[in-house]
Design a protein around this ligand. Sequence first.
Ligand code: XMP
Length: 481
Amino acid sequence: MKLRAETGLTFDDVLLVPKHSDVTSRSAVDTSTELMPGIRLAIPIISANMDTVTEAPMAIAMAQAGGIGILHRFMSVEEQAAQVRQVKRSESFIVEHPHTISPRALVGEARQRMRQEGIGGLVVTTEDNRLLGIITTRDVLLAPDDALPVEVAMTPRERLLVATQDERWESARQILYENRIEKLPLVDAQDRVVGLITSRDIIKLHDHPQATKDAKGRLRVGVAVGAHPEDVERAAACIQEGADLLVLDVAHGHADHALEMIQRLKREFPGIPLIGGNVATPEGVRDMHAAGADAVKVGVGAGSICITRIITGFGVPQLSAVLECAREGQRLGVPIIADGGIRTSGDITKALAAGASTVMLGNLLAGTDESPGVAVVRQGRRYKIVRGMASLTANMARKRVGLDEELSPNDWEQVVPEGVEAMVPYRGKVADILYQLVGGLRSGLSYAGAHTIPELWERAEFIRITPAGQRESAPHDVNVM
Ligand code: XMP
């Protein structure tokens, strides 16, 4: 047995000491960061891989704002892969596999397909994918009869402008503008359809100038996988759909089965960046790095819905964990993600100042429109449900996957939860929450006299505070309205 003499600290135990600053305005600071080698984010925020936080709508909103979302893994492989597809198709300069329709299909069918898929047009092709025309919402609305074949209502091939797969967005924009057209099909030498550029997608590029995108202009998304052998198939299916990175989702990641899984995933998918987690010690960071992790997620028992520390007695207060792990991470060149326990923009600044490159948020994003959590009204106020991924109901939901019969009372009794079910206030749109959080971070950087996050690492000086200091730090001696 060993007893460490120093005190473990968390966010509320410290403040950052203001420094001389030449930052004249909050907009003058740069909040961009390296999530992991090869992937930069405009804002250092990741949404948690929890089933009440990140599915496709959250991942889309996060990437549009310049962060990234990690799709949780508590769904079937097919569902998770479909969610990746949804994110990758949501916004891209080139639609790689545009929806197609046969020339003999009927106008009514085309209208239904467009409504179902939420798109404004279909490419009309032969069975071997050669371009015959395009049919748009306008065509189906103006067509005199739903029973007409598509080939009558479409704009035929000879009247279409086309481009090749290497079309660049600026020249595509020009073609669309000069010819007042909405869609530009991309074809190969045999006139087979290899993509589609739409004016809607080009306009969207301007809506989200900071968006986190891959080389093809598609939003980036990460996927969580577990450490079971079948999770290799999960990873493969998601990568096939374009997932940009994997996150090994293991509560105690500093364990042989997790480290072996990291090695396996790196062997099977050598080109795919991998985040390992979760750990709370420098030794954990070192072993994850040695196993092949490109970034490491830090946090054991810090999350708002966690009871791991109560149930098991284990954990490291989050600020100390991040400080110690980030020191090791910086020595090894491995970015650290501070995961759990963040309640304010001030906590984000503290986590980054302690050496993290990014933070992962569950609670702060769970109350938004884009989270998959259920909305409820209690005493006239709106809330959304959030639950720990090791909570009783999350455990039971997992047991139920693939089962037709009802679970017995015994199944419920056998669970030893390490998380809780809870409600968080409804918070509106993710973009608005992120705006507030990043605004606070920008201000924090200016108090440190730091123009960038790496400068914050260098300039940060923490001071420990007492309970009296904590009281002084919050509104006091007033009735807050
Ligand atoms: P916040 O505080 O942002 O934390 O809500 C989110 C993080 O909490 C972790 N998490 C859990 N930890 N039991 C735990 O001990 C659980 O049931 C649980 N569910 C989520 C996870 O790291 C997440 O990102």
